[in-house]
Design a protein around this ligand. Sequence first.
Ligand code: ARG
Length: 604
Amino acid sequence: TATTAQTLSTMAVGAENMGNVKRQLVQLFEVSLQATVPSETDVAPLVDACIAKSGVRFGDYQCNNAMGLWSKIKGKQTEFRGPTAVGQAIMKNLPPSDMVESCSVAGPGFVNVVLSRNWIAKSLQKMLIDGIDTWAPCLPVKRAVVDFSSPNIAKEMHVGHLRSTIIGDTLARMLEFSHVEVLRRNHVGDWGTQFGMLIEFLFEKFPNPEDVNEAAIGDLQTFYKASKARFDSDPEFKQRAQQAVVRLQGGEDTYHRAWKQICEISRTEFHRVYERLGIQLEEKGESFYSPYIPGVLEELNKKGIIEDDKGARVIFVQDVNIPLIVVKSDGGYNYASTDLAALRYRINEEKAEWIIYLTDVGQQQHFDMLFKAAKRAGWLPADDGSYPKATHVGFGLVLGEDGKRFRTRSTEVVRLVDLLDEAKNRSKTALLERDTAKEWPEEEVEKTSQAIGYGAVKYADLKNNKQTNYTFNFDQMLNDKGNTAVYLLYAHARICSIIRKSGKDIEEVKRNAKIALDHEDERALGLHLIQFSEVIEEACTNLLPNVLCEYLYNLSEIFTKKFYSNCQVVGSPEESSRLLLCEATATVMRKCFHLLGIVPVYKI
Ligand code: ARG
């Protein structure tokens, strides 16, 4: 069996997974598992979940498969007397590999693996030469839609949309890094009855369309409020507004032009935020899908899924006691009709295998019903893990320090631009208190305080488990100690300065020196570094950016508190090797920053 095992393992470890330790171990264990039991036993379902990182005491990784395997084969004629014996056999049947230094069996058949220092060092060295992109994990999807940010026209983009924008961008970045083609979609709320009122109000205020521009309209949110006040107080205006909706949706020219003008002004405002945050998005707003709605409803109707309910047309779905309304009793379409058309478009036209939506948890039921309706229609398979797949990522509210929904003193919602300004200004003040930064050119101070300020806002959001509410607190997020972007960006800058101070050309060191991991803290750092790929894989699979934040924070802690405290770099006999460890750490940190949408800082 040894030869078979070996051939299998060489086949199984595809080039794509070379940087992914866990995948490579899984592949080794798969071979061993198959060799341990009668050949007709299906070991595949057991393999994937079995390998876990473990505490130092037991080794670096642990395979807990013996119990599962034992329960599959016990009772049949086997040579094993219990899970411990199975574990022993699994260990014995592991194909030879230079990644494993030693194995042991503990408890009821747990197989502990200690990775070889040499192999860790070689993997790091290879990454430094070939680039960190060779550590990208492989995911089972080729194309995904990430529907994020998605603010509403004429309503200011507020801090609730900030979470959608930040989390969505990071998920898109992580998927893109993992070779998934991501269609970044801004599902802007640019269609609906509020436009009747906005357009009528626009006509009233600006009888001459030439006069309409951003400067004249000013803040669209104020404009929205004024038009709403008009709508609520004057029945005659209200009637005109309702007719305006019909005329707009009927495609009447002046109405269409006014609608476009309003959207354009909103768009300019949104883009200012996107530009500051470095967010790329393609707008396909609700209006884009509206021409598809009648056809989609027709299809659902033919399938017998749509029913009448109190004058409306609705879809009933499993385990929810209210129906999904797809045509209102006045004959109009709504948010759900648009989302049905969008989902179908994304599956059929765009051929997305994974469609991911980011909104606050308040919309959970909407998406639950939407996906269930799509399953009834046969657009999505039943929940068996197959593709295409749709996932709603719901996140909690942003709270102020009083524990209530985050607002400014005037109880208005917080404007995103003001928030970003404040984050930047505060970091600038803190930066200028440092002696070094006092001599910097203005441009550099500006760039650095932006990187730190915006990075802090993003990281404070991303490090939380997205489901929970989080408290927005400038002092906390801009603290240079603790789990903040400021601390991490400074840590990275300090590593860069160690390398600079050595006076060595790091590219030359990469080519000529070898990494050695003799000190236990060097090994601990090396081990954490090579776990980057599996962390990204986990963060992508479960759509959890906080997993990446945690990894980055731990990396910085291991570097500072273990490695850098106990292993002298510059001037030591191990200087070259340790400089390479610094460079590998900085490289991984930069990739983490990039995936979190944070701009790195090289000096402080
Ligand atoms: N515009 C919506 C809001 O602000 C979010 C849209 C989310 N995407 C979607 N396909 N429904 O609440």
